[in-house]
Structures are given as C-alpha cells and as structure tokens.
Design a protein around this ligand. Structure first.
Ligand code: H2B
Length: 100
C-alpha cells in the first residue's frame, strides 16, 4: 500500500523534531548534510544506514565526498514526503550520533 503524503501541518510538526533537516524548495523532500571526522566514519554511517534502509524498505538518495554525506529523503511511490521519510530521518540522526 502506498503511504499518504504528510499534510502541511503533519510536516511542520515532524520537522520541529528534526531541526537539522530542511524542506527542499519544491516541498517534496527533506534534506540534511551530515559531517564526520573522516571518510571511515562517514562510510560506517552509510553502511549502518544501508542496513536500516533495507529493514525499513525505504532508501535514501545520498551523495558522499570524504567526510560529508548529503541526504535527500522522499517517498518515490507517493511523490512526496511520508511518515517513512520521517522514520528514516530519525533513524539516521540516531546512527550519526552513535559512538564507533
Ligand atoms: N525508497 C524510497 N525512498 N521511496 C520509495 O517509494 C521506495 C523506497 N519504495 N524503497 C520501495 C523501496 C518500493 O519500491 C519497494 C517495492 O517496496
């Protein structure tokens, strides 16, 4: 079943709990740039997120250069932001703040 896109109010509430995430200009995705100390840490984060993404069956769009990981979350099947993006963003925040 396709998830419903979040309403403006639901989105505002969800983003209030994700202060490091921004709404993309077209309002169809949320974005965050993660910074790490080095490539090893950035890649460890990506590895953990990749496993989480498989479990959630929800996958990030991302771009990595050295210690930086730029993430875009959107639900392709729904053409916008759904609860799945909020769940994955929350899980990615947690993964980024875990010690090695
Ligand atoms: N990830 C994201 N970001 N959006 C989706 O709509 C999506 C996904 N759909 N991962 C899933 C996979 C779907 O294609 C499979 C068949 O469940």
């Amino acid at each position: 079943m396709r998830d419903a896109k979040l309403s403006t109010e639901e989105l505002t509430q969800a983003l209030a709990k994700l202060p490091d995430w921004a709404l993309r200009e077209d309002e169809a995705a949320i974005t965050r740039s993660f910074r790490f100390a080095n490539f090893r840490q950035a890649f460890a984060f990506m590895t953990e997120c990749a496993l989480m993404a498989e479990k959630l069956d929800h996958h990030p769009e991302w771009f990595n250069v050295y210690s930086r990981v730029d993430v875009t979350l959107t639900t392709h099947d729904s053409g916008g932001i759904t609860r799945r993006d909020i769940e994955l963003a929350t899980a990615m925040n947690r993964a980024s703040s875990r010690p090695d």
